[in-house]
Ligand binder design. Structure first.
Ligand code: ZN
Length: 153
């Protein structure tokens, strides 16, 4: 197996409708740096960049299965409004950190009714095909510490 590398990229992410969701090229943003083989980025993007070097440009379309997964309807649930005690206004689109058996999880409010609030714990990009326009800025060997930590410094 190839040695993992630390890879720095500029990327622009658009959805199937061509809307830009995220870009490291925007003013004030830094390129993204990740350590290979450490699940720092979604697998579909990482595998497209496996053999790439500085200066290479890549366009890749990533299916949900290799991105943020399919939408799981079981993660969309009504909860009693009393669960939001102390929150004055609850509106669709708001995000909360919820305590779950699997640890803290970000949930989004999708519907607000008198007695119940419907929340969605899916990743906001679940179910989306993601189109990345990438340029590799730099690749280098990781330090021992980076390998130990599982991320780039
Ligand atoms: Zn570290």
């Amino acid at each position: 197996m190839a040695q993992p590398r630390v890879v720095t990229i500029h990327y622009t992410l658009t959805n199937e409708q061509g809307e830009q969701l995220d870009s490291s090229r925007e003013e004030g943003r830094e390129p993204l740096t990740y350590l290979e083989g450490a699940q720092n980025i979604i697998s579909g993007l990482e595998s497209a960049l496996n053999e790439k070097d500085a200066g290479d440009k890549v366009q890749v379309s990533v299916d949900p299965a290799e991105g943020y997964g399919e939408v799981n309807e079981e993660l969309v649930q009504p909860v009693p409004r009393s669960a939001f005690e102390g929150v004055d206004t609850i509106e669709p689109g708001m995000q909360f950190q919820a305590q779950t058996p699997g640890g803290p999880q970000i949930v989004r409010v999708v519907k607000v009714e008198e007695e119940t609030v419907t929340i969605d714990a899916n990743h906001p990009l679940a179910g989306e095909t993601l189109n990345f326009d990438v340029e590799v800025v730099e690749t280098r060997e990781p330090t021992e510490e980076e390998v130990e930590h599982g991320h780039a410094h």
